[in-house]
Design a protein around this ligand. Structure first.
Ligand SMILES: [Zn+2]
Ligand SMILES: [Zn+2]
Length: 555
């Protein structure tokens, strides 16, 4: 793709086809500006993988023209891939003070990232990253100091929303102020690139203050200990929990490393000043049951987090008992449902009461993302020429684009990862596609998510494997019995699987008997015919096609 200096481009490199792995770039005058670099959670399609990353190759190839990367807020789907990938693009990082504090923590853990330059930008401040002028405009969201970005260029103005909502009464930070958005709208907005997460949800996202009231009412109904799980970065929710606990004469204990890290960063930035000190993990056991609220990590079912460990009886200090209540003050991120169900089953076995947002009349969770009425309000403030739907799964993006057209926005675009959108000149449209992809994090290495190893693992988990070893002399006679082993295959006739492997051995002899002398001397022919023959035999017997491999040794 030949990029022209006078054209203004937007390319979502990740996050336009799934939840997470957000990575966006804008291009103009031969320069590139990157926004967000987040991770995604792997589901069962990626056996052995927990974390996915966007492929940074596009910005890596243009490193010398990369003016910087802006991180809109401290959620993992926006910030979580920076430390994994920074050495590949090595550009300055811009963020508000709270987001910068989290970035410093994450990058500081890796010595290869220690020389990363992190530049703090106060809310409402403008920075010049020529040819882009960017204003960090505060919006309410479920993590402090989230910024929507007003991006001004000679070719037109863009609002890159990041994640946001219109919470009328957040417990941390101010409600989203309409004035800067209206003013930006008056200047003329070429494109709104916006959060699609709740574009299928009617109404508004609600208010964190309602959560505080809801939790207080729910706590009142609980007699034993209360454990509550949430996203560690949701400092507003933590404050709601503290206020609700205080109203019920309960003290709050924080459990889990990420909660301690997030609250440390929040205190460093001046938040949670009015919240009393937390009780230490060790002191929890000495408090009467009706005087404690434990805040735990693990709302997404993460196996190593506090909640999952306590639920399966794998925690040194705490165990649950009848009379305790466990509250999920979060919704599942797509891809995590199975892990959450596993944790809930373990909780059920310990006889505790489990309460999720759907199980109670009280408001115990609100989303940080705008529902349809809030998105419509944003369109009215900005009056954009074009809406590009990003941040979400396909149905969310389509709903967002359809809503834009309903609201008389002239153009709405639903991109794929890698779609090159020319925003100016002319009507904004997708004009090309650049190569991008998803990476998978393994212990000690990062690989392509489509790597042969992952494809093979996926096949293995569904269809098992057969491995055969043949030892032949130069003439093509077997010098010893062939060896066969199977993985994950069921023999309906025999419990220990031995008989089925014998059947495969008989089949191997039949296949060899059908070959000519000349064919038997050809290594490649023998291995390939044998592989196909064994696979066909197993498919005939078991109706599945196993991964089949054949080794031939000539002596
Ligand atoms: Zn997000
Ligand atoms: Zn977010």
């Amino acid at each position: 793709m030949n990029f022209k200096k006078e054209e203004l481009y937007f390319i979502p490199l990740g996050g336009a086809e799934q939840f997470g792995v957000n990575l966006n770039v804008y291009g103009y005058q031969g320069k590139w500006l990157a926004i967000d670099c987040g991770l995604g959670f792997a589901d069962e399609h990626f056996p052995g993988i927990d974390i996915l990353l966007p492929d940074p190759k596009f910005i890596e190839d243009r490193r010398k023209d990369l003016v910087g990367m802006i991180i809109t807020h401290a959620h993992e789907d926006h910030i979580g891939a920076v430390a994994h990938l920074w050495t590949r693009f090595r550009c300055p990082l811009y963020a508000t003070p709270f987001t910068a504090a989290i970035l410093r923590m994450k990058l500081g853990e890796r010595k290869e990232c220690r020389d990363a330059e992190i530049i703090e930008v106060s809310p409402n401040k403008t920075i010049n990253l020529k040819p882009f002028k960017v204003t960090f405009t505060p919006v309410s969201h479920s993590v402090p100091e989230t910024a929507a970005l007003f991006i001004e260029t000679d070719a037109g103005n863009i609002l890159h929303s990041g994640d946001w909502n219109l919470d009328p009464q957040p417990t941390i930070g101010a409600p989203t102020d309409p004035e800067p958005f209206k003013k930006f709208g008056e200047k003329g907005v070429l494109a709104y690139i916006g959060d699609s997460t709740n574009a299928e949800v009617e109404g508004t996202s609600g208010s964190e203050t309602d959560v505080e009231k809801g939790l207080s009412a729910l706590f009142k109904e609980c007699e034993g200990r209360i454990a509550i799980t949430m996203f560690a970065s949701n400092i507003g929710r933590l404050k709601s929990i503290c206020l609700a606990a205080n109203e019920n004469g309960r003290q709050v204990a924080l459990m889990g490393r990420s909660l301690h890290r997030m609250t440390a960063a929040a205190r460093e930035c001046g938040y949670l000043k009015d919240v009393l000190q937390f009780v230490s993990d060790e002191d929890v056991g000495y408090l009467p049951d009706d005087k404690v609220v434990m805040v735990l990590t693990g709302s997404q079912g993460e196996a190593r987090a506090q909640l999952a460990r306590i639920a399966r009886g794998d925690h040194q200090e705490i165990s649950f008992k009848r009379g305790d209540t466990v509250i999920f003050s979060a919704r599942p991120i797509p891809g995590n449902e199975r892990e959450i169900i596993a944790v809930k089953n373990n909780l059920a076995a310990t006889k505790v009461r489990v309460i999720s947002p759907r199980d109670t009349k009280h408001c115990i969770h609100v989303s940080g993302h705008p529902a349809r009425d809030e998105i419509t309000q944003m369109f009215q403030w900005l009056k954009p020429q074009c809406v590009v739907a990003v941040h979400g799964e396909r149905s969310m993006l389509e709903a967002h684009a359809a809503l834009a057209l309903d609201c008389q926005v002239p153009t709405a675009i639903v991109p794929n990862n890698g779609s090159v959108i020319r925003l100016s000149p002319g009507t904004p449209q997708i004009i090309d596609h650049v190569e991008t992809g998803i990476l998978a994090v393994e212990p000690g290495r990062i690989i392509d998510a489509n790597h042969q190893a992952i494809v093979q693992r996926r096949k293995l988990q569904y269809s098992g494997a057969v491995h055969a070893t043949l030892v032949m002399n130069a003439r093509g006679d077997l010098v010893s019995d062939a060896q066969v082993s199977t993985v994950g295959l069921v023999d309906p006739d025999d419990k220990d699987g031995q008989k089925f492997e014998d059947d495969i051995l008989d089949e191997i002899e039949d296949i060899l008997a059908d070959m000519t002398r000349e064919e038997l001397r050809d290594d490649n022919f023998v291995m390939e015919e044998m592989r196909i023959g064994i696979r066909r035999f197993v498919q005939h017997k078991l109706s599945i096609k196993p991964k089949t491999s054949v080794h031939l040794v000539r002596v």
